[in-house]
Structure formats: C-alpha cells, structure tokens
Design a protein around this ligand. Structure first.
Ligand code: FNR
Length: 186
C-alpha cells in the first residue's frame, strides 16, 4: 500500500468564490486515495515588514510555514494579475522565505492557474516558477494546468464540471505525488 502523501494547497486568491481555490478543492477530490490535501489560509498574513517580524512573527505566517514544512509537496493555484502573480501570494512567499529553516527548500511542487481570460493565467506560472527557483522548490514541468474561461468550467457552487479540465487536474496531482515519492526515495 502507498504511504500517505500530505499536500498543502496554496491559493493566490482570497475571494470566497475564487476559481483558483475551487481548483484546489477539485485537486483534493481528484487526488489518489492516499493523498491528504489541506488548503492554507493566507487571509490573515499581513504585509511584510521586517520590524513586525522582529517584534513577533504573525501567527498566520507560523501556521503557513509549519504547514509547508510538514507537507510532502505543495500545490499552488494562482490567478494572473497584470501578467504576474498576485501580491497576496508573493507576500506570503516573502514571509515564508525569511524563516529558518526555509520550509519551501527542496519541496516538490506544481502550479495551476485559473482565469476568466483565454490564456488561463499562464503568464503567472512562469513568474511563480522564477521566484521559487531562488527558494529551491522542485516543480514538476508537466502536465501544465491552465483553466481558461474558468466561468465555464466551474458551476455556481464552485465545482469543477468540465471533464477535460478534471482530467488535467487528476493527471497533475498524480504526477506531483509520483514526483514527491521519487524525491523521498532519493
Ligand atoms: C485580473 N485578471 C486577469 N486575468 C488574466 O487572465 N490576466 C491578467 O493579467 C489579469 N489581471 C488582473 C488584475 C487584477 C488586479 C485583477 C483583480 C484581476 C482577472 C482574473 O484572472 C480573474 O479575476 C480571476 O477570476 C481571479 O482569480 P480567482 O479570484 O477567481 O481565483
């Protein structure tokens, strides 16, 4: 029997009806049975300020860092804001990056994006990958998951209903688990 794989899902959107957060919920649903996927909450992470950090690390930052440290892999789902990742996500990464040990170092990861536009937010993928090179994250390359015209792929309750997209999400989470297991074996 396969070992349990713990994945932390990080959404770049704080919206309750976020398509990206909904994509993470879909990944949890479509993941292999040995996967436990918990979605992190970035809502209470303040804007990065070195003085704030020196005074007392915000609890939300500790929670996110601990969740990443305890996870076997990280699954990002990010909107594209003005051709890049949202400030909310960059800010959370910036906080985590100042932790020692830095919890993202060596983590297997994958990225998906959802957008109401035609390109599915793909330009955010490459910015996220670039940022996380510095933090020594090991992304899978394929399959790439960009959910274009997201308003047509999710229903009103936020369920991912487009079969082709469900297949991509299923394949990506399986590939991420495979990658995590390969890195664990060394
Ligand atoms: C956007 N949006 C957007 N979409 C896109 O495909 N490319 C882009 O560059 C941008 N830029 C952008 C900037 C800002 C400030 C906002 C608020 C929005 C639209 C965006 O993809 C859309 O709102 C998504 O639905 C956001 O993701 P969530 O919140 O549904 O996960």
């Amino acid at each position: 029997m396969s070992n349990k794989i713990r994945i932390v899902g990080i959404s770049g959107s704080l919206r309750g009806e976020s398509y990206n957060t909904a994509a993470l919920r879909a990944a949890a649903e479509l993941a292999p049975p040995n996967v436990e996927l918990q979605i992190a909450d970035l809502a209470d992470i303040p804007l990065y300020n070195q003085e704030l950090r020196d005074r007392e690390l915000p609890a939300a930052v500790t929670q996110l860092s601990d969740a990443i440290a305890a996870a076997d892999a990280v699954l990002f789902a990010t909107p594209e804001y003005n051709y890049s990742i949202p400030g909310v996500l960059k800010n959370a990464i910036d906080w985590v990056s100042r932790q020692s040990p830095q919890p993202l170092a060596g983590k297997p990861a994958a990225v998906m994006s959802a957008s109401m536009g035609m390109l599915g937010g793909v330009r955010a993928h490459y910015d996220l990958r670039k940022i996380l090179v510095y933090l020594d994250v090991h992304f899978i390359n394929k399959p790439e998951v960009m959910i274009a015209q997201a308003q047509q792929k999710f229903d009103a309750s936020g369920a991912l209903v487009d079969e082709m997209t469900r297949d991509f999400v299923r394949q990506q989470i399986a590939a991420l688990c495979d990658w995590a297991e390969r890195l664990q074996r060394g």
